[in-house]
Design a binder for this molecule. Sequence first.
Ligand code: NAD
Ligand code: TDX
Length: 357
Amino acid sequence: MTILVTGGAGFIGSNFVLDWLRGSDETVVNLDALTYAGNLRNLASLQGDARHVFVKGDICDRALVGSLLQTHQPRALLHFAAESHVDRSIHGPGDFMRTNVEGTFALLESVRPWWLALDSSAKEAFRFHHVSTDEVYGSLGMDDAAFHEAHPYQPNSPYSASKAASDHLVRAWHHTYGLPVLTTNCSNNYGPYHFPEKLIPLMIVNALAGKALPIYGDGLNVRDWLYVTDHCSAIREVLARGRVGEVYNVGGWNEKTNREIVETVCALLDELKPDPAGSYRRLITFVKDRPGHDRRYAIDARKLERELGWRPAETFETGIRKTVQWYLDHTDWVTEVQSGAYRDWVQANYGERAATA
Ligand code: NAD
Ligand code: TDX
């Protein structure tokens, strides 16, 4: 059996592929365009492993996706590929519309004729699992109840608007064409292989380099944090037993202000790699706020727990300690990502296979 993953060289996608292959002999076909956020280094431990078939390519390329479906006949498609950084979406929304909206549309339209031609049991068994975000629901007040699956969509950034559009497309392809879809909307992830443009890895990497730790606005914006392998286990559960056409919210019940996050990172670094100049807290700097900055996200994950018995394995305390330790142990990964040197490594190790789909 085979699964097709899009965006499997990114942060969550690569964690998912590694996690999946730790517990399964199924082949994973991994379609990724290797944008700045995609890094085959994340999957270096799978080199030579025949269960992992990497294909460099774009989800907008219908001919390519169609041929992958015909060749590999996957029992499921897990759609992670996206432009994912809110700040980048503010400065340049075009790529977000192309990949997140047009790309999801192209993927659905590549899948539909192939899926329709399957025999009835394969058709019934197939799943299109769309990986999405809590940001589609907009911003909560401090006293509001956490987002549940029926919360109205109120996206506020170009990123969240593009993800909201993709969620609606996936929903419509189920209701109109009967495609067996599943959607998960997850809170903020953190953990290994997180690109150092996002809050937690940026703070770790900057602190170790003695650079400023920029906190937007008053730093009291709240995010709900989930360790990435807990997101992976939730996706596995929903894929295995989720009800077709349903949406499941995924979260860790770990609401933290950005100030708390940065102070926790500094305290852990002070313990694990003491700052020669005293404490990394000296680097905290309050900077201009992000335009349209959502105040609070919080996920109500009770449906997932009630229906599928899913619960996160990590607490925030265990997950953030593992994460800080991972970055301390993988300074070479950070250096390569920042310098772009991993692209040379990709060329050397994957050569033509990466260069041509
Ligand atoms: P990421 O930016 O780290 O990785 C995205 C991957 O998609 C990269 O490998 C990139 O090369 C690939 N990609 C981009 N455009 C592509 C295209 N046109 N064709 C093929 N591949 C393309 O993102 P992430 O943080 O791993 O997020 C993965 C998914 O999870 C996204 O859909 C995101 O919206 C969602 N999500 C992320 C979080 C989070 O906290 N990071 C939380 C909830 C949901
Ligand atoms: O330098 C920073 N300083 C700062 O205060 C950065 C990069 C961020 N922040 C703040 C903004 C947010 O309130 O920290 C919070 C987290 O920011 P990001 O790491 O950029 O994540 P966020 O905007 O919350 O979005 C993330 O979670 C949901 C992912 O990037 C999305 O892909 C996911 O859907």
